[in-house]
Design a protein around this ligand. Sequence first.
Ligand code: MN
Length: 734
Amino acid sequence: MPPIQPTSPPDKAASDRQMIEEAYSKLKQAYLSSPHRKKIEIIDKAYRFACNAHAGARRLSGEPYILHPLAVARIVIEELGLGSTSICAALLHDVVEDTDYTIEDIEAVFGAKIAGIVDGLTKISGGIFGEKASMQAENFRKLLLSMSADVRVVLIKMADRLHNMRTLGSLPEQKQIKISGETLYIYAPLAHRLGLFKIKEELEDLSFRHDHPAKYDEIMHLVERSEEKRKNMVDKFMAPIRSKLDAAGFTYEVKTRVKSSWSIYRKMERKNLKFEDIYDIYAVRVIFENSDPEQENLRCWQIYTFFAEDNSIHPDRLRNWITTPKSNGYRALHLTVMGPEGKWIEVQIRSRRMDEIAELGYAAHWKYKTGEYPAESPLDGLMAKVKEILSNPTPNAIDFLDTVTLNLFSADIYVFTPKGDLITLPKGATVLDMAFAIHTELGRHCVAGKISHKLVSRDHTLSSGDQVQIITSESQKPETAWLRACRTAKAQNCLRSMLRRDKAVLTAHGRQLFAEFAKKEEIEPTPETMERILAHYRLASEEELYMMMASDEINLTAAPEMSAKSLARPSMLRKLLRNPFKRNKKETPEMVLQADANNRDYITGACCSPIPGDDVTGFLDTNGRIVVHRSDCPQLKKLKATYGSRLMPARWEGMAEIFPVTIDIEGIDRRGLLTEVLDVVWGEMKLNITDITCGARQTVFHCTLTVQANSLRTVKALCSRLRKIKNIETAKRL
Ligand code: MN
């Protein structure tokens, strides 16, 4: 690498000028031979502006700096197929970052459109990797923002990155590591997502070469050494296919594509394979000319039959991306065929049009063909996803990076509704993600999923090919814990807005309840009083108190220590704080059970007759019904052992209606004992009795009665009252 030369001797200046002129004329040629409208004046102007701005600056290699923007502009036209606006922006992309010119200067000369793109490029010029995860997330967010404003920003950035990677030696050492790392972590996956397959592969190989030079050389050597053998084998393999293609009148081209060195390396590392053992080191690609778009898919399948007639097709490796294109727009038919020497060979069948999209990306394709954005393109889907990610206010930087990686970079899976409709989701998506992908209401009431007759929980990770029925329940409402049960930005966004709305309604209701309570108890809600109540329940805010009151988790009326008198007495408070009310903080998602009989969409287990207040667990039976059991029910223990995944913790909510509860009472018999028992149940507690068996054997009084109670609290009060009756020894729920 030659050192930087601060000043140039006159002959050097002349040769520089010649080099620059040559680079520019190549760019012009590329532009003029493209199908774009010829707006050469503006490109000339941008070139002169950039030349002037970067005058005297050099890259580390000693080259004049302007050669870099010129090279980037050439990638923009030759490899991305973009037009004059993008070429100008590419020429000017480092002007604001590296020189004294401002974005206003650019706008004054070139107008808002070009200036907007240059501005976007300048904002993300610092790169993504920062010292901290939070900085990375912020930079990443900036990149996505500029991308959603104008996708060309990212396409030009991609060209910039590609040129920097091709000439990595021209950058300072510490920058090389950062650039190479970012390339592998962000730009290559992003290129893939944009459908820029060739650029993605080159970026990966260049970073691999930089990071592991010895490994890279080793793999390249192995690939070269096996080339002759490979060529012979493919010729032998393809000979009968070629004659069939010829006989059927196809015009076609057969290409042999070697897997990129980075992919080979990754596969060897991940699966611990030897080079010889990787079956798809090369793929045979059949590209056919096709003039009738209606026949395109059919012809792919026709070629497929040519392979299938004489060869074994690997049953698990047929990929039909013709009818269901990948989300980046990729279309082709992939199959893996048994080759002549007992080795599997991957075959890719594509039309010329499919091949162009696959190689250059959708951007290039539409620009070349029409000069316009197509009405509907895979880029729209991508942009929608980017917008979803940006509208999701993830507080945590790591979460944000995860969200982006999952929503933008992970592979797709294909799942089906019971009716057979296809839903595309990112790999790692759950039942809940699918519910939200179909309809927000389905997500809101999602209880579980059913895949091939088996019930699975909301957070079950889906696999490609799953046919999923979403099981809903009208009373099911979203809860904060659900945020952990879904991965897609869409589901998370929907959930957050639902939770916010629910929270507002609950808080308002709770505030009302509190006002009523305060009025009845004649409590002045002074800051001191409020603080005492919050301290008692260990709550952080009044809002939290209202929420818990509304959801029936806190009942001030039933808490004697919450009376005006107690609240005014600090000694009482101290006692309370020593024995604080324990809050239920469950991590696992819960099912919400409406206590109100009209809204019930579950049945209670006959074995244990749970009532509101009981610790309960829901069980999804094979008919999709929810059967609620007390968590300590022996029947449930059996279910747990056999159908663990169908169980879900549950919680009661709402005002309770009546539930049957059986109470067992024992004592030493005496005259009038039964009358006293019934007095307590009917007279004091005002509970209905639906069944009673009573008897005395010798001196032992025994009574089993079934009452209709609304909650565990009532039952406990009843039992403790019954135990106070003289001669009663035990009174407990059965
Ligand atoms: Mn640059």
